[in-house]
Design a protein around this ligand. Sequence first.
Ligand SMILES: Cc1cc2nc3c(=O)[nH]c(=O)nc-3n(C[C@H](O)[C@H](O)[C@H](O)COP(=O)(O)OP(=O)(O)OC[C@H]3O[C@@H](n4cnc5c(N)ncnc54)[C@H](O)[C@@H]3O)c2cc1C
Length: 449
Amino acid sequence: MEIVVIGGDAAGMSGASQIRRLQGGWPITVVERSPLTSYAACAVPYFFAGDLASAGDLGVVTPAAFREHSRIDVRTHTEVLAIDPRARRVAVRRDDGGEEAIAYDRLLLATGALPVRPTWEGVELDGVFFLRSLADSLALANRLHTGASRAVVVGGGHVGLELAEALARRGLAVTVVERAATLWGGGDPELSRLAVDELAAHRVAVRLKSAVTGLVGQGGQVVAVATEGGEIACDLCLIALGVRPNVALAAAAGIGLGESGAIAVDEGQRTDRPGVWAAGDCCEVLHRVTGRPCYLPLALAAHRAGRVAGTTMADGEARFPGVVGSLAFKCFDLAIARTGLTPAAATAAGYAPRGVTVEAESHAPASTGHVPITVTLWFDATTRRLLGGRLAGREPSVAKRCDLLAVAITTGMTVGEVADLDLTYAPPFGPVWDPLLQAAARAARECGN
Ligand SMILES: Cc1cc2nc3c(=O)[nH]c(=O)nc-3n(C[C@H](O)[C@H](O)[C@H](O)COP(=O)(O)OP(=O)(O)OC[C@H]3O[C@@H](n4cnc5c(N)ncnc54)[C@H](O)[C@@H]3O)c2cc1C
């Protein structure tokens, strides 16, 4: 059984490795455009901040290691140009310009996502960057070596904020421009205020409600970002407006897409074409709260879906039960995390969301280093089911506390049940009444529990 995988990152290599575990003798070919496999995009902001020694450290497992230890034929610097699902073969082009066809019996599409590219004038200027691929990261790294001193980050989502921190830590004067009234989408003014304060404390300027109208160039190089409120001078501009699924190959091959525009798959990651599977950021995932497919491109989901695809491709049994959309990131010393549905998504799914926000201390008063943690919980006013949550605080445990909420949401707990959880208590780790318990108790009281 000949296996071909398109895309050698999280989903593709998880899938290929799982097939190798289950089917030791099957030939597996992975076709990857870039020079690396298992490229840690999530670590890119820390690479720019100077926390990694070199770009090579972004490759978690090298192509050579996959070839040697897993007997996977990894073909880097090679791009798939087209899929012919009837003839079961893919057309590829190597870096040397040579083209060939590779036959498959089973194909895994793991082509990931592409950055959203606005149609603004000047978007092609030198000094304008979109950060997604390794090539994007290397191009920005080269620019930083040439002495840029002012950067504008367009987009106040998690990637924009992580990169704003990284560039500021490199000594650049950074301005974050965001069209919405709050940072990090979702319209949470309190959380946005905390992030704006944290950025301001580290001399990063933030312009909210500021729509970009174009990029201004001089001699082919970007020199300013034009907004409705005027121009902001810069040496480089980083556009971080989110991603869209990379589905051009799939669409051209007639593989079915879902409502979100990402590839539609069943629980075993099969597409609607016989012999073709898909996983990761190019695909839809099932949301465990709504029970509907959605587009939530995140790393762990890509690995998990890749593993499920690998299992079913290798004649094993597996199903991907879905995601709740958990994400954590840091903006300087502020940790921010979210899981579950936003109020807007909850309303769209037919729930009647209500929210509570609590600010509580991270530790017992007797211990040193206690800081406030802000917890917002959303729950259904009728069933009291916990639907979503957000946390922020200058304390790393924010992410792990969010994980606890993810468990509660996954298992369908009510806010009353969360308030009754028997959690640990010891002064070095937290207060007797953890901020989560306090928030859940407040929510339960508001429902008359
Ligand atoms: C800066 C940054 C920070 C992030 N931080 C986080 C985080 O903190 N937490 C989190 O959960 N997620 C984070 N993500 C998202 C995470 O990186 C992705 O969810 C994850 O990489 C998805 O894996 P994937 O394998 O589906 O797709 P990708 O990682 O996009 O991999 C797709 C691969 O396919 C290859 N490819 C595409 N088309 C072709 C073709 N035609 N031929 C050959 N090869 C092709 C590409 O070169 C690429 O290597 C971050 C992303 C970025 C960019």
